[in-house]
Design a protein around this ligand. Structure first.
Ligand code: SAM
Ligand code: SF4
Length: 465
């Protein structure tokens, strides 16, 4: 481990997972992760293309990196700069043209080839950057080594990639490629390794994670509900989550899992995007506002304390004041514990970018402010409603104040407590004292014992009966 590697991650949880995997791939070459790009032997920007702003950030960061690259060269070293992720996939040639300091560009499906790419860059005398943005026939997962380092108390595990839904605003089907699910045995093995290395909470990630349909050892294709049930049987794994889901793929088995699996946390991110049917239709979301209402009703029937989070886009082409009022009405009716809202950002190559009825920026800004204010009020009310309750909190990291630890409640709220460092990575019972806008402050009541594995899955029980 004599070379240093700095990876900067933008965007979604898939990218967080991919960055950790890139570090795994580069570890056998002697690269050790560091916290700063200054002086590093390799810097990788793992990028996001979902909105224009996210993509722009890459070019300004590449500008900043030029100085570090020059400093490294003047001390006789060489800093390799790589661009990975969805901007690499979508704008690879443009990056090499505009940013000659970049040595290699790769897409989300080719990072298992990093060692080969690095070797080619180092061998070739020329400074011309190399590009690998194919969608290879082989799956990257077949070529990734085991984790080089423990992932900590809470970890992401990618089970599904790509998307076939083609929402008219979204670049993902073009940058991540077609939908693909990892086989069950591979996911279980990775989860077991994470738990053996100290992880207590696993979040299954995928662009459309609940479209999961992985090949199982019994020859069947398992949906996400069945997979969660299998993972809940792993001793030492205390908590399970999954993200991001599409309302269309909330099937019966998955909804039932929310009622049956104690380890599945009572919090679900279920993007709605808009509360108006004409907009949902123009977005090609393939569900109505009423469909969403019904899914939420069924989820709450299965798990009454389920808290919901969501994504919204305001100012989608053709969105009228009336459509937007429908979104506000549905948000008020459902009640979200947390949510993200975005101004619609036209993305090159997507149908909505060239559709009529583009909404002026000022209107988007007004709608964003109105929706954000409603969602913030709901979040604060939810957090305040937790005051006085005792909840289990997984203590994940140290806080800014000395003697402070920060963890997550079952509802994904950040919880600040005064606690000894020895409790890092443990689950504690915490009394919630104060609910704030984005977090809670609590008091530790004691450490909680680990739960045992969660019995058998309903489908296995049926088979025995
Ligand atoms: N697969 C998820 C789903 O179906 O809802 C969404 C994944 S996407 C990576 C995350 C969020 O980014 C979306 O839910 C959407 O709200 C937002 N988003 C995607 N494209 C966008 C665009 N062109 N402009 C603004 N927001 C966008
Ligand atoms: Fe993008 Fe999600 Fe739609 Fe797929 S389902 S196109 S990832 S928004």
């Amino acid at each position: 481990m004599n070379k240093t590697l700095f990876i900067k991650t933008y965007g979604c949880q898939m990218n967080v997972y991919d960055s950790a995997r890139m570090a795994d791939v580069l570890a056998p070459l002697g690269y050790r992760p560091v916290d700063s790009p200054q002086g590093a032997d390799m810097v990788i920007l793992n990028t996001c293309h979902i909105r224009e702003k996210a993509a722009e950030k890459v070019f300004s960061e590449l500008g900043r990196l030029k100085r570090f690259q020059r400093e490294k060269a003047s001390s006789g070293g060489r800093m390799l700069i790589g661009v990975a992720g969805c901007v690499g996939q979508a704008e690879g040639s443009e990056i090499l043209r505009r940013a000659p300091q970049v040595d290699l560009v790769l897409g989300p499906q080719t990072y298992h080839r990093l060692p080969e790419l690095v070797a080619r860059v180092l061998r070739s005398g020329s400074r011309a950057g190399l590009l690998d943005t194919e969608f290879p026939v082989e799956s990257k997962f077949d070529h990734l080594p085991e984790e080089a380092a423990p992932r900590g108390p809470a970890a992401f595990l990618s089970v599904q990639e790509g998307c076939d839904k083609f929402c008219t605003f979204c670049v993902v089907p073009y940058t991540r490629g077609a939908e693909f699910s990892r086989p069950v045995a591979e996911v279980v093995a990775e989860a077991e390794r994470l738990v053996a290395a100290g992880t207590a909470e696993i979040t299954l990630v995928g662009q459309n994670v609940n479209a999961y349909h992985g090949a199982a050892p019994d020859g069947a294709s398992w949906g996400l509900g069945r997979l969660l049930c299998r993972l809940a049987q792993i001793d030492g794994l205390e908590r399970l989550r999954y993200t991001t889901s599409h309302p269309r793929d909330m099937d019966d088995e998955l909804i039932a899992a929310h009622g049956e699996l104690d380890k599945l946390m009572p919090y679900l991110h279920l993007p709605l995007q808009s509360g108006a049917d004409p907009v949902l239709n123009a977005m090609n979301r393939r569900h109505t506002a009423d469909d969403y209402r019904r899914i939420v009703e069924r989820l709450r029937a299965a798990r009454p304390d389920l808290a919901l989070s969501s994504d919204f886009i305001v100012g989608f082409p053709g969105e009228t004041d009336r459509d937007f009022a429908e979104t506000l009405r549905l948000v008020a009716e459902i009640g979200f514990a947390q949510a993200y809202c975005f101004k619609y950002s036209p993305r090159p190559g997507t149908p909505a970018a060239v559709s009529a009825g583009q909404v002026p920026e000022a209107v988007k800004a007004d709608r964003l402010a109105a929706l954000q204010s409603l969602l913030s009020a709901q979040q604060l009310a939810f957090n305040r409603g937790c005051e006085g309750r005792t909840m289990s909190v997984l203590l994940e990291r140290t806080g800014r104040r000395s003697g402070q630890l920060v963890g997550r409640s079952p509802y994904m709220q950040a919880v600040h407590v005064a606690a000894p460092r020895r409790l890092l990575g443990r689950i504690a019972a915490v009394r919630m004292d104060r609910g704030l806008a984005n977090s809670l402050a609590g008091t530790i009541l004691g450490e909680l014992p680990g739960t045992s594995s969660s019995g058998s899955c309903p489908a296995d029980r049926e088979a025995v009966a």
